[in-house]
Design a protein around this ligand. Sequence first.
Ligand code: PEP
Ligand code: MN
Length: 338
Amino acid sequence: MIIVMRQDASRDAAEDVARRVEALGLKPHLIFGEERTVVAVVGDDRRKDREKFESCAGVDKVLPILAEYKIASRETKPEPTVIRVQDLVIGDGHFGVIAGPCSVESEEQIMASARAVKAAGARGLRGGAFKPRTSPYSFQGMKEDGLKLLAAAREETGLAVVTEVMTPHHVDLVASYSDIMQIGARNMQNYHLLQAVGECDRPVMLKRGASATMDEFLLAAEYILDQGNQQVILCERGIRTFESHTRFTLPLASVPYLKSKTHLPIVIDPSHGTGHANLVPPMCSASVAVQADGIIVEVHPDPPNAMSDGAQSLTFSAFEETMQQCGKILDALGMTLN
Ligand code: PEP
Ligand code: MN
């Protein structure tokens, strides 16, 4: 960090700050400029309380240099993290495709979806059994019965099951039926839930909160990693902006940005990111082009009658076409499907 002293700060105040830096086991460098004095701190100050310096006499501001996250950082681990479950591979040139309905609704619906998405090339099956709904009167999911149906679909198809866990109390239950546990956007900063999945040995897909910054997103991932679970996938699912033509605004620049900062794989959710089925296929292609590590897409046998998110769900045939387009771009970039 760099501690900038106020213009009227005395030399004593700067030297006092330097002594406090030393007391933390870090090395201070005092730079007396013409206008101001600056204390440059050498050493890893991420686990130190930087804010304390802001209340020291004569201090104007404290500028962090190292990002707060550490285990998630590319500086700590330069090689990309790859997630492998069943036949699904995500990361380091492998483009993992996860598809299926927003919610598990019935045996018939999830089995038909699993067969269709597998035939089109997906190797992961999504489907919510515990649903975080904006209204308490909306369908809340089939709960454990839904988890059982997902496990049966995996049994038949070999697809890796991705499903959401909403509370620490359900982590063991959801882990026992699924291959990847999803943390939804609304729970990105539910720190007890992050720690609970961090103690588990299942991979976790962490969705970006609708108003979370990149640093907050990476720090949420850090909570999981810090508990010992190294298998974390980041999911960009769009953020809330002033724009209302799309359900959320889907920033694809998150992919190259995150890749420059972290070794964790990044998947895109163009379904929640746009909210409209006709916008989903081009955003799937764009996700490949920007070299994301995968996509998670909502697909339903009968979108107009879906119990949740029908407007953004692809039909089986639209998903098949989408996968063909993605395949061409994957080939051109020398990437592998799943
Ligand atoms: C979902 O995947 O169906 C979902 C609820 O997503 P999000 O948490 O991104 O809103
Ligand atoms: Mn949904």
